[in-house]
Write a protein that binds this ligand. Structure first.
Ligand SMILES: [Zn+2]
Length: 296
């Protein structure tokens, strides 16, 4: 039984699948990955408040302090390519969990009026320095109190899985989006081959920072219930997938074969990482879901 109901469907029935540890080593605690028996979403337990979770984000989690605009644009290319592919006319965009504002800074300022919400005060300050004080809210989305139908686009890049309240976040996103506006969501794919192969050693599980672990089915259901319709989804990410596969392999071999044989196995597997990931992503089994949904 879970301590509180599933945020997606309200059920309290769950079963534990496996355990995981913090890959960043902030603590040696064991976390439990449980699956909701009603809707199937995975969840990290025990429950933790935002304040308790804050100590699991190291100071360098938000990246380099003052990179050049060229570096930012290059680092955000995969995101901006997906976003440009949605062929939006421009207007106001809000990036939820904007970090230091890299995605927003990589957008065309003539086309987009950029806003960000960020829970880390340090990261929000960096974003505000680049985008303007009025453009960045330090806190959580529901506290920002934006006007109804204010935005043309809202994005959650690697953000929705970090919150204890994904449903409330999407309800608020729908409220502040214009009807017909676009929602972008990128999350690790809990139904991917990597999640199934590596379980507690899967790099993108990122316990305890990732609270809910979605797949396309659970996400689609939640999006429909909160007023969205998916119109585009991809499973390949050059930025995330191969890196996650290499790190997952390393973690698993370190745990199960902490010998020179294990290290040799890892080195031998490296040439296969990219082809395997490309193939599995083409089969819609890739480790990252990136989707665009319309506010209906
Ligand atoms: Zn559920």
């Amino acid at each position: 039984m879970n301590e509180s109901p599933c945020d997606l469907c309200g059920s309290r029935s769950a079963r534990e699948l496996y355990t995981a540890r913090d890959r960043l080593g902030n603590s040696s605690a064991e976390f439990h990955i449980s699956q909701c028996l009603k809707c199937g979403v995975l969840r990290t337990l025990p429950e933790m408040t935002e304040r308790e979770l804050a100590r699991f984000y190291p100071a360098d989690y938000w990246g380099d302090e003052k990179p050049s605009l060229d570096w930012i644009k290059l680092s955000q290319k995969e995101k901006t390519r997906f976003f440009d592919g949605c062929r939006l006319a421009g207007g106001r965009i809000l990036d939820v969990g904007c970090g230091a504002g890299f995605f927003l800074r990589a957008l065309d300022p003539k086309k987009w009026n950029c806003y960000g919400v960020e829970i880390s005060r340090e990261a929000a300050l960096l974003a505000a320095c680049a985008l303007g004080d009025d453009q960045v809210f330090a806190g959580v989305l529901k506290e920002a109190l934006y006007e109804k139908s204010f935005f043309d686009a809202v994005s959650f890049w690697s953000a929705l899985e970090h919150t204890n309240e994904p449903r409330a976040s999407l309800v608020e996103a729908r409220r502040i989006l214009k009807t017909g506006g676009t929602l972008i969501v990128q999350v690790p794919n809990a139904a991917s081959y990597q999640a199934r192969w590596f379980r507690g050693h899967w790099f993108a599980l990122d316990a305890p920072r990732h609270r809910y672990h979605f797949n396309l089915k659970t996400l689609d259901h939640l999006l429909r219930e909160t007023g969205f319709e998916i119109y585009r989804a991809t499973f390949f990410s050059k930025a995330h997938n191969s890196h996650a596969l290499r790190q997952s392999l390393k973690a698993r071999l370190r745990a199960e074969q902490p010998t020179s044989f294990g290290r040799a196995m890892f080195l031998l597997s490296i040439p296969f990482v990219r082809p395997v990931d490309w193939l599995m992503s083409a089969l819609r089994q890739g480790a990252t879901i990136t989707l665009a949904a319309r506010a209906v």
